[in-house]
Design a protein around this ligand. Structure first.
Ligand code: ADP
Ligand code: MG
Length: 615
C-alpha cells in the first residue's frame, strides 16, 4: 500500500486556523483595529455593513506597507513584530503571531489598499479564500485601508451560525470599546450601515470613557493611581452609588490589552464590599503597565486571560489603590446635591508618595471596653478622643474630623439650640446638634446642614468594631449573672455551632449543651439588656441570608449581622451625650459615609441646595 500522509495545501490549513482566530465578525474587527494601532495610526475609521457580515473596513493613517510587505502580510506566521523567540518576552505590540491576516484571507474576500509615506503610489491586493486575485499599483492615501467582505463566504456552515445582527453588532461594539479605551490619544470613528455610532476625538482617558459610555460618566468616575517598581496601576472606578446591577462595565487592561481576571476582579469587589449593595457590580476601568517578562505572554488571540508572575502582590496593590481612591471620594460631601459641578477630587501630585492603606482597625480603639468596665452606660462612650490613626492612614491627610470639629466650634453654637456651649476649648463639647423625630441627627456644619441616620450610623460603628474584633481575635465578654438557656431548630443550631468561635471573639460565651440546646454564660457589652435569644436568632437569620452571597467572607457577614441586630433603632430617643458620642464614633470610622449594607449614613444639605430651595 502506498503512503497515505500528505501535507494540506496552505489554503486548507489557513481555513482550519481561521476557525480558531476568527469566530465571528467581531474577531476580525479586533484584529484589524489592533493592526491599525500597531501601525502607529492616530486616526482610525471602522466601517461595517450588516453587522460585519457583508463588510468590515478599517482605514488607518499608520505606516502603511511596501508592495512586497503587503503581499507577505497574508502569509501564515508572517509578522514584522517579532524576530526570534527572545522577542516573545518583550512584546509591546498587540499582534505578534502573524496569523490574523492569513486567517481572515482564508475565509473572506479581501481588498487591501496601502501606501507608505515615502512611496509615490500605493498597492492594491485582492484575495478570495487565500487565492490572490490581483495586485496592482493604485492611488491611495498614506496608511492602510483593509476591507473584509462576505465573511465565511466559502464556509456556509459557519456563516449560517452567525447570530442575528443586533447580537453580532453588540460583540463588535464591545471589541471597538476595548481598543478605544486603551488609546484615547487616537481618534476613532465607527460607522454602521452608514450611520455613525461613535466619533471619538483625541482626548484624555476620562473624556474617552465619557464619549463611549455617556457624558454622565464625567461625574461618576474617581481616579485610581498606584505606581510601584513592579507595576503601574491607573484608571478610574465608578462611584459606589453608580454600581450596576449587571457585570457590564468592568475593564482591566494589561499593557494595552483587554483581559479578564477573576482574581483581580475580586480585589476590586472587596474594596467596594461595604459600599455597595451585595447584588451590585462596581464599574471600573483599570490599566496595568508591567514589564512584559512579569506576565505570561502566550496569549491566544481569542483568549483574554493573562497570568501575572506576582499575582498576590498585584492583588494587594490593586486593592489598596481602589480603597485609596474610594477614601478620597468619601471625603467629599454633598454628592447628591451638587451633581452639576461634579466632585472635586484632588489628584495626587505626581511626586506624592502613596501611603499603603491599612484595613485593620486599631485594636485599641474599643471605647466600649472602658465603659463596660466602669459599669456605666455601655452604648455610647463619652469624652474620649477617637483613635483616628488607621482611617487617616487609609484616606490620606484629609479627614472627617473636620465635621466633628465644625460641630464643636461652630460660631452659631452660642445660639439657643446649642448644647454645652460653655466649654469652648473642648473638642467634643459644644456645637449644635439635635435629634429629629427620633430618627435623624441634625447638625450645622460649614457647608450646610449635616443629617445623620442614627440607625445606619450606629450599624457602621458596630460593624467596624465587630470586624476589628474578629480580625484581631480580641474581644471581651460580660459574664451573665444568671446563665441563660436557649434552644434552636436543628438547622439553626448547626449554624450557631459553625459560628460559635467567632461569636466568642465577639464577646459571647456560649456552651453547647447538646440536643440543640445552648447555655449562654456571657455576652458582648454592646448587648445592653437585649433579649439574648432574640439577638442570636437575628444574627443567625441575617447570617443565613448573607450566606447566599459568596463574596462576603464569614467575618464580614457576622460583623454585619451583629451590627444590624444590636444597633440602636429608628424611634429611639437619644440623650445629648449619646448623640455626640455617636457623631464622634461615626467620624472615627473607616467609612463613615455608608452603612455596612451599602446605604448612606449621612448627607449634607449644602447651602447652595438650601438657597435654591428658598428661591
Ligand atoms: P501580527 O499583527 O500578529 O503581526 P497580522 O497577520 O495581523 O499579524 O499582520 C501581519 C503583518 O502585516 C503585521 O506584522 C504588519 O507588519 C502588517 N500589517 C497588518 N496590518 C497593517 C496595517 N494596518 N498597517 C501596516 N501594516 C500592517
Ligand atoms: Mg495583527
Amino acid at each position: 500500500m502506498s503512503d497515505i500522509i500528505h501535507l494540506l495545501p496552505d489554503s486548507v490549513a489557513n481555513q482550519i486556523a481561521a476557525g480558531e482566530v476568527i469566530q465571528r465578525p467581531a474577531s476580525a474587527v479586533k484584529e484589524l483595529l489592533e493592526n491599525a494601532v500597531d501601525a502607529g495610526a492616530d486616526d482610525i475609521k471602522l466601517i461595517i455593513k450588516d453587522a460585519g457580515k457583508t463588510l468590515i473596513q478599517v482605514i488607518d493613517n499608520g505606516c502603511g506597507m511596501s508592495e512586497t510587505d503587503a503581499r507577505m502580510s497574508f502569509e501564515r506566521h508572517a509578522t514584522s513584530k517579532i524576530n526570534d523567540a527572545q522577542d516573545l518576552f518583550a512584546i509591546r505590540t498587540l499582534g505578534f503571531r502573524g496569523e490574523a491576516l492569513a486567517s481572515i484571507a482564508a475565509i473572506a474576500q479581501i481588498e487591501l489598499k496601502t501606501k507608505r509615506i515615502e512611496d509615490e503610489v500605493g498597492t492594491c491586493i485582492k484575495i478570495e479564500g487565500s487565492v490572490v486575485k490581483s495586485q496592482e499599483p493604485c492611488s491611495s492615501a498614506n496608511g492602510t485601508s483593509f476591507s473584509v467582505k462576505n465573511l465565511f463566504f466559502n464556509i456556509p456552515a459557519r456563516r449560517k451560525f452567525l447570530k442575528k445582527n443586533t447580537t453580532e453588532l453588540r460583540h463588535i461594539i464591545e471589541e471597538f470599546q476595548r481598543v478605544a479605551l486603551v488609546y484615547p490619544g487616537i481618534k476613532f470613528s465607527f460607522f454602521n450601515d452608514n450611520s455613525q455610532l461613535f466619533n471619538l476625538e483625541k482626548s484624555g482617558l476620562k473624556q474617552r470613557i465619557a464619549s463611549l459610555f455617556g457624558a454622565t460618566y464625567n461625574n461618576r468616575l474617581v481616579p485610581v493611581e498606584q505606581k510601584t517598581d513592579l507595576v503601574d496601576i491607573k484608571g478610574f472606578i465608578g462611584k459606589p452609588e453608580f454600581a450596576k446591577k449587571t457585570r457590564g462595565e468592568q475593564y482591566f487592561f494589561v499593557n494595552g490589552r483587554f483581559i479578564k481576571h477573576p482574581y483581580l476582579n475580586h480585589a476590586v469587589d472587596n474594596a467596594f464590599r461595604e459600599l455597595i449593595p451585595s447584588d451590585a457590580y462596581p464599574t471600573y476601568f483599570i490599566y496595568f503597565e508591567i514589564n512584559p517578562n512579569e506576565i505570561d505572554i502566550n496569549i491566544h488571540p481569542t483568549k483574554t486571560e493573562v497570568n501575572f508572575e506576582n499575582n498576590k502582590i498585584i492583588y494587594a496593590m490593586l486593592s489598596s489603590a481602589v480603597k485609596q481612591a474610594l477614601g478620597k471620594f468619601n471625603l467629599t460631601p454633598s454628592i447628591d446635591f451638587d451633581v452639576e459641578k461634579g466632585i472635586d477630587i484632588t489628584p495626587l501630585p505626581g511626586s506624592a508618595e502613596i501611603k499603603q492603606p491599612t484595613v485593620k482597625i486599631d485594636e485599641s480603639y474599643n471605647p466600649f471596653e472602658v465603659e463596660a468596665q466602669k459599669g456605666s452606660k455601655p452604648a455610647f462612650r463619652q469624652h474620649q478622643k477617637p483613635d483616628t490613626r488607621n482611617w487617616q492612614k487609609l484616606y490620606g491627610d484629609k479627614d472627617f474630623t473636620q465635621y466633628k470639629q465644625e460641630i464643636s466650634n461652630h460660631p452659631e453654637s452660642d445660639t439657643s439650640i446649642s448644647f454645652n456651649n460653655d466649654s469652648k476649648g473642648d473638642e467634643t463639647d459644644g456645637g449644635m446638634v439635635f435629634q429629629l423625630h427620633n430618627k435623624f441627627i441634625v447638625s450645622s456644619v460649614r457647608s450646610g446642614l449635616l443629617v445623620i441616620d442614627q440607625q445606619r450610623a450606629h450599624e457602621r460603628i458596630l460593624f467596624e468594631r465587630f470586624l476589628a474584633k474578629l480580625e484581631t481575635q480580641k474581644g471581651t465578654s460580660q459574664q451573665q449573672l444568671f446563665p441563660v438557656t436557649v434552644q434552636f431548630s436543628p438547622a439553626d443550631a448547626e449554624i450557631l455551632k459553625e459560628i460559635n468561635d467567632e461569636l466568642k471573639v465577639l464577646g459571647f460565651d456560649i456552651e453547647d449543651f447538646g440536643e440543640n440546646t445552648f447555655i449562654v454564660n456571657g455576652n458582648p457589652a454592646e448587648m445592653n439588656n437585649r433579649d439574648i435569644k432574640g439577638v442570636l436568632e437575628g444574627i443567625i437569620e441575617n447570617f443565613k441570608k448573607n450566606l447566599k452571597d459568596i463574596t462576603k467572607d464569614k467575618k464580614v457577614n457576622l460583623a454585619r449581622s451583629m451590627a444590624v441586630n444590636l444597633s440602636i433603632k429608628e424611634g429611639k430617643k437619644l440623650q445629648t451625650e449619646e448623640i455626640k458620642s455617636l457623631i464622634d464614633q461615626l467620624f472615627a470610622c473607616r467609612l463613615p459615609e455608608v452603612s455596612p449594607g451599602g446605604k448612606p449614613t449621612l448627607r449634607i444639605l449644602t447651602m447652595d441646595y438650601l438657597n435654591e430651595k428658598f428661591n
